[in-house]
Design a protein around this ligand. Sequence first.
Ligand SMILES: [Zn+2]
Ligand SMILES: [Zn+2]
Ligand SMILES: [Zn+2]
Length: 327
Amino acid sequence: MSTEMRLDPLSGRWVVISAARAKRPDAFVLHSERLRHEPLKPCPFCPGHEEPTPPTRVITDEHGNWSTRVIANKYPALEGDEPFIVENRGPVFTAGTAGGVHEVLVLSPDHDRTWAELSEAQAADVMRIMRDRISDHAMSENLRYSQAIVNAGREAGASIEHPHGQLMAMSFVPREVAEEQARFSRFTARCLLCTTIESELAVNERVVYADDDVVVLSPYWASVPYEMLVLPTSHSSHLHLASDEAIAGVGHALSKALTALQATLGDVAYNLVFHSSTFRSAETYHWHVHLVPKATTRAGFEMGTGVAINIVPPELAAEELRQHLER
Ligand SMILES: [Zn+2]
Ligand SMILES: [Zn+2]
Ligand SMILES: [Zn+2]
């Protein structure tokens, strides 16, 4: 395939799909740099060493031991429940209040169990606890949006090895979400992602995994190698209002997608980004998860232009990922 440009309809950004560049030696960072906690300092997320702060929410197993838990972040990036107030302190000095909530979601008590290795029931619990916390955030009148993320591996921004995610509720609408909301509004025919699911299943070139509740694909406009989009098949704008089936289905599909990624690239670092509509928006939107492997680094061209160069066409990526799941 020759090089071509593709438009990402969610972000409005162009992507260069360039298969030729993948032939360069050492095109990928293949193994995630392992994080090691200092030997004298126990892992703060392992059972028995939990921080003294009580969890904001916890799911326990039949023996009364916790299986997944959400705790307040010890070093919150956003804090307080004031509304977002902008203050102009000069012609180029604009400030705003950084109100919000910053929490840590510990996936399981097991220090080495990544999302790929969670059982179907555990993955459903993790998604359920995420949904419940975001529902709580949505009840606070000064909060407008919650960003759920998982950073795995140092290259993806993780500082503690024990698999965990973060929930950040904020009093403002962040740019990425506002941009996606605008793109959904401009896509007048119907829902942008319902259309994506239908179109991708019809051509069946980039689908990695599909069942009744979820479709995982490497999108037509993938901007990094092996990027995936995890889409619940039932149309719902808000993650915190999604059905039990959709919630459990996405949790399980993420395990599948990450297993395929690991089988293809090895222990690569990655980010999971959960996108949902802003709490009180009634506009058309379809919640989803971006799975972004950190196999390449963003270089000057990407920074300068906002245009990404993807050296693995998503058709090839999907084929490789799918083969590992079929095996
Ligand atoms: Zn641990
Ligand atoms: Zn939809
Ligand atoms: Zn998104």
